[in-house]
Design a protein around this ligand. Sequence first.
Ligand code: GLP
Length: 233
Amino acid sequence: MEIIRVKNAEEGGKKAFEIIKKGMENGAKVLGLATGSTPITLYKEMTSSDLDFSDMTSVNLDEYVGLGGSDDQSYRHFMNSQLFDKKPFKESYVPDGKAADLEAACQEYDEILEQYPIDIQILGIGQNGHIGFNEPGAPFDGTTSVVDLTESTINANKRFFEKAEDVPTKAVSMGIGSILKGKEIVLLAYGENKADAIKGMIQGPMTTDLPASALQEHDNVIVIIDDAAGSKL
Ligand code: GLP
């Protein structure tokens, strides 16, 4: 893993943007995108740039079960407002958290991933080391599935909801196996509350107890962190 230290999220967003820009110059056509507060500065760089994404495809990592695009807290809504409304892509896939048949929707998502292999995968990381919504215990060869969110994730994400009870307890998430297929992976982390997860991911054993440690077996991973997130390395 290549580790890039940055001063703050603004500088991290700029670095990640440079990687995407260079990737596109070299022919990247499919971006794997993430939600959460971490990639917001990257999306700001993208929306304020003069780069054209109208020939690109994006595939997002995950979505809450039960939330659709018209829900303010859905990841589809987040992506539209942070990025796609301002910079439209040719196609932008986000799992359908309101599908009547979620299992079938997971299979369809895997077919989309087969059709559009990800050139550059952007990732954040959960405090418990999750990537996408692959919580501790998720298999390293997993494909898209419906997952139960852990207490730690529900607690971390309740800040985005009015009441803790409003946080969905399930999500549809790309699996770790699908994430590892990305040709290049860029993981972003800022702040002290990510320090343990970052240490485990880079220096700990490869274990399903810390999902992001699966990235150790990938040969093209760039980790962009600020000093606080890297403070335990
Ligand atoms: C969510 C998302 C992850 C994200 C993580 C960290 O649970 N499913 O993809 O990386 O939270 O979020 P944040 O960037 O807000 O710390």
